[in-house]
Design a protein around this ligand. Structure first.
Ligand SMILES: *[C@@H]1O[C@H](CO)[C@@H](O)[C@H](O)[C@H]1NC(C)=O
Ligand SMILES: *[C@@H]1O[C@H](CO)[C@@H](O)[C@H](O)[C@H]1NC(C)=O
Ligand SMILES: *[C@@H]1O[C@H](CO)[C@@H](O)[C@H](O)[C@H]1NC(C)=O
Ligand SMILES: *[C@@H]1O[C@H](CO)[C@@H](O)[C@H](O)[C@H]1NC(C)=O
Length: 124
């Protein structure tokens, strides 16, 4: 019994630093300045996430948390085909992005999907 407790404590000690960082957290709101309907979730790094219904095509706040990662917002759903000659992503948006609390300033208030990546990894 005692050895099990010691083992469990060791496992928890190893696991907790990973959980604490929660890299990939993004606040998305239908209104500017984190107003309207908001959702904060931690998204898997390097995977595509569709923006889903509560936002009704309105993602005025798109604010990644402060860890070392950034997100690419896309104008089409995950797996969609980009038909715009200018490309279909706004580019990297991170914690310091100046328009994250009012994406309509850059005409990106209708994000369809996004993917987040670690800043240390090679760009995708
Ligand atoms: C949003 O924040 C900006 C900067 O703080 C402020 O100028 C603006 O009035 C705010 N708008 C709303 C609707 O809260
Ligand atoms: C989205 O649309 C539904 C149905 O029209 C409405 O009930 C809901 O309040 C809307 N949500 C937002 C964030 O505007
Ligand atoms: C995103 O939405 C598209 C179109 O509805 C769908 O084909 C795709 O499987 C979805 N992908 C994810 C990761 O939810
Ligand atoms: C967001 O930006 C748009 C376009 O610049 C502007 O019309 C709107 O008033 C801004 N909203 C807020 C809440 O600051």
């Amino acid at each position: 019994m005692k050895s099990f407790a010691v083992l469990l404590a060791a496992v928890l000690a190893v696991a907790s630093p990973i959980q604490k960082r929660d890299v990939g957290g993004v606040l998305i709101c239908s209104g500017a300045n984190a107003t309207g309907t908001c959702e904060h979730n931690v998204y898997k790094i390097d995977s595509c996430n569709n923006i889903t219904t509560p936002f009704n095509g309105s993602t005025l706040t798109f604010a990644p948390d402060g860890e070392a990662f950034f997100c690419y917002p896309y104008a089409m759903k995950c797996g969609g085909i980009c038909t715009s000659p200018e490309g279909c992503t706004l580019g990297a948006v991170d914690f310091s992005y100046p328009h994250k609390f009012n994406m309509s300033e850059v005409s990106w208030s209708n994000i369809k999907s996004f993917s987040c990546h670690l800043k240390s990894s090679a760009s995708v």
